[in-house]
Design a protein around this ligand. Structure first.
Ligand code: ARG
Length: 579
């Protein structure tokens, strides 16, 4: 159990004994300011107000009943009735010692494990993956790691766009190019170029356009020849995505791909059922559902088209089918969607309509976790200099090249192989961390110089902080993994550092709930800062330091290394022992 929950339970028990009704919460949180103890319980004020009693009296009677022998060495009341809890150094020391010997670092597996579908990355296969998919991939993968760490059953769903009318045109183009003897991998080497060629032929040639339209119909009715070409296109496009996943080190693999085409057989049912339920009807030839729950500023209900005039289905239709598959077949308790903020209305419509139609049980929660746009230094959406889509594979290669330049400056003595490995981890880590450390819902500026700095809240700094701790052990020629010592806290820096390390489980649990990975980044940055302060004030390997103090401090260092390593791993970022 984390300290916060533990203290909250104790305070709640004291409140009960003090005769405070159970509806009032203890409101326990880490203290905001130095001098106000380590944790605060702020529930007295609310209870006092409702009970019409002086808040300080309520606070005193809580403190009187508060059983924290051996846990706290001082409890005082400040201001109108804040209860400040000063934890006993020896208690903190024991807790941290237990945590560093626990395989999960004190983060308990949940006893209420849920099945959580996470829909992330989900590129459209007709085109090159773009920066929006980069954000979805990085953020989604971090959340997946956190949920799995806490013991949830995570089902990754890479909802790739592998269906739709544009595939008719792409298949016709592929057929032509293969007809000239081209291999699929080569023809589709650059999806952006290929798409433009197909589009041009479609616009310029009546014959081509007719064939493309016919292929859409053939595809839907399962013509083998056409399906084969479609599969070929899909296969090569997925190889492009997989290249990026490998470079990024994300946990997505082939078995997580469950694209739009998987729902084809259910789309007609979705439409029929919505019509039968009276939730959708013909409107101007199309089948539309109007949602009173979502209105525009004039109060008009929001229209959701589920079938076009020509009989074709839409993005929303597929997402309705996907929702019920996730809730009913995958038996998910939650489904998290990572797409950019511009899809908020779409997600809201689909979730609302699925609920109204009872496609999903009440207990199931679909959640859209939107993110902002990645901008260039000019504050406009990130593009190449000529205004095109930035190829993600090239962006990641550039990250590694740039990281290598920085690492060479810092440590020119590394051999070539190590240098390349370090550059790889630093470059990819920098790109990921730069994204994850920003509040997800905001836009952010993609800036190479900032993200590759070795100081401040950056990926390289966090990896560097880890190597600093690692180097203490290598200097002392001590095996960190097997090292184990009691902790004795005597200085305020040790106290602060130990306490910070003990917050880890609270932070990880918060990410699972709120789905904001930047909270974890900020926490790890605070750990690294607390370590720096400690390291300056508390010598470890210096002559004259007694063995007990030295070992205790080494154990604290071990805690820092473990926390940084595990924390960065939850963000999908690798560490190294030296850089
Ligand atoms: N393919 C979509 C896009 O590129 C994202 C899909 C997100 N997932 C979903 N179930 N709608 O915008």
């Amino acid at each position: 159990m984390n300290i916060r929950t533990f203290l909250a339970e104790r305070v709640r028990a004291a409140m009960t004994q003090a005769g405070i009704p159970a509806e009032f919460n203890p409101i326990v949180a880490p203290a905001k300011k130095a001098g106000f103890g380590d944790y605060q319980a702020n529930g007295a004020m609310g209870a006092a107000k409702a009970m019409k009693k002086p808040p300080r009296d309520i606070a005193s009677s809580i403190v009187e009943h508060l059983e924290l022998d051996g846990v706290a060495d001082k409890i005082d009341i400040a201001g109108p009735g804040f209860i400040n809890i000063h934890l006993a150094p020896q208690w903190i020391a024991t807790q941290l010692h237990n945590v560093s010997n626990d395989a999960q670092l004190g983060i308990q597996k949940t006893n209420a494990s849920q099945t959580v579908v996470v829909d992330y990355s989900s590129p459209n296969l007709a085109k090159e993956m773009h920066v929006g998919h980069l954000r979805s991939t990085i953020i989604g993968d971090s959340v997946v790691r956190v949920l799995a760490y806490l013991g949830h059953n995570v089902v990754r769903q890479n909802h790739v766009g592998d269906w739709g009318t544009q595939f008719g045109m792409l298949i016709a183009e592929l057929e032509d190019q293969l007809g000239t003897g081209e291999r699929p991998e080569l023809a589709l080497q650059d999806l952006e170029v290929f798409y433009q060629q197909a589009k041009k032929h479609f616009d310029d040639s009546e014959d081509f356009a007719n064939r493309a339209r016919d292929y859409v119909v053939q595809l839907q009715s399962g013509n083998e020849q056409v399906l084969k070409l479609w599969q070929e296109f899909r296969r090569v496009s997925l190889l492009h995505a997989d290249d990026i996943y490998k470079k990024l080190g994300v946990t997505l693999s082939e078995k997580d791909i469950f694209g739009e085409s998987e729902y084809n057989n259910d789309l007609a049912n979705v439409v029929t059922e919505l019509k039968d339920l009276g939730l959708a009807a013909e409107n101007d030839g199309a089948i539309v559902s109007f949602l009173d729950e979502i209105t525009n500023k004039n109060g008009d209900p929001s229209p959701v088209i589920i079938q076009k005039k020509d009989g074709g289905y839409l993005y929303a239709t597929t997402d309705l089918a996907a929702l019920r598959y996730r809730a009913n077949t995958l038996k998910a308790d939650r489904a998290l969607y990572f797409t950019d903020a511009r899809q908020a209305l779409h997600m809201n419509q689909v979730f609302t309509l699925a609920r109204k139609a009872k496609f999903v049980p009440e207990s199931f929660t679909p959640e859209h976790h939107p993110f902002g746009t990645m901008l260039g230094k000019d504050n406009k959406p990130f593009k190449t200099r000529t205004g095109g889509t930035v190829k993600l594979a090239e962006l990641l290669d550039e990250a590694i090249v740039r990281a290598r330049q920085e690492v060479e400056k810092k440590n020119p003595d590394l051999n070539d192989k190590t240098m390349q490995e370090v550059a790889q981890k630093v470059g990819i880590g920098a790109v990921k961390y730069a994204d994850l450390c920003k509040t997800r819902t905001n836009d952010y500026v993609f800036d190479w110089d900032n993200m590759l700095k070795f100081e401040g809240n950056t990926g390289p700094y966090m990896q560097y902080a880890y190597t600093r701790v690692a180097s203490i052990f290598s200097k002392a020629e001590i095996d960190r993994a097997s090292f184990n010592s009691d902790i004795v806290i005597t200085t305020p820096q040790e106290h602060q550092l130990a306490l910070k390390l003990l917050h880890f489980s609270e932070v990880v649990e918060q990410i699972a709930q709120e789905v904001y990975p930047h909270i974890l980044c900020h926490y790890l940055y605070e750990v690294a800062s607390a370590f720096s302060t400690f390291y300056e004030a508390c010598p470890i390997l210096k002559d004259g330091i007694d063995t007990q103090t030295k070992n205790s401090r080494l154990q604290l260092c071990k805690g820092v290394a473990q926390t940084l390593k595990t924390g960065l791993d939850l963000l999908g970022i690798d560490v190294m022992e030296k850089m």
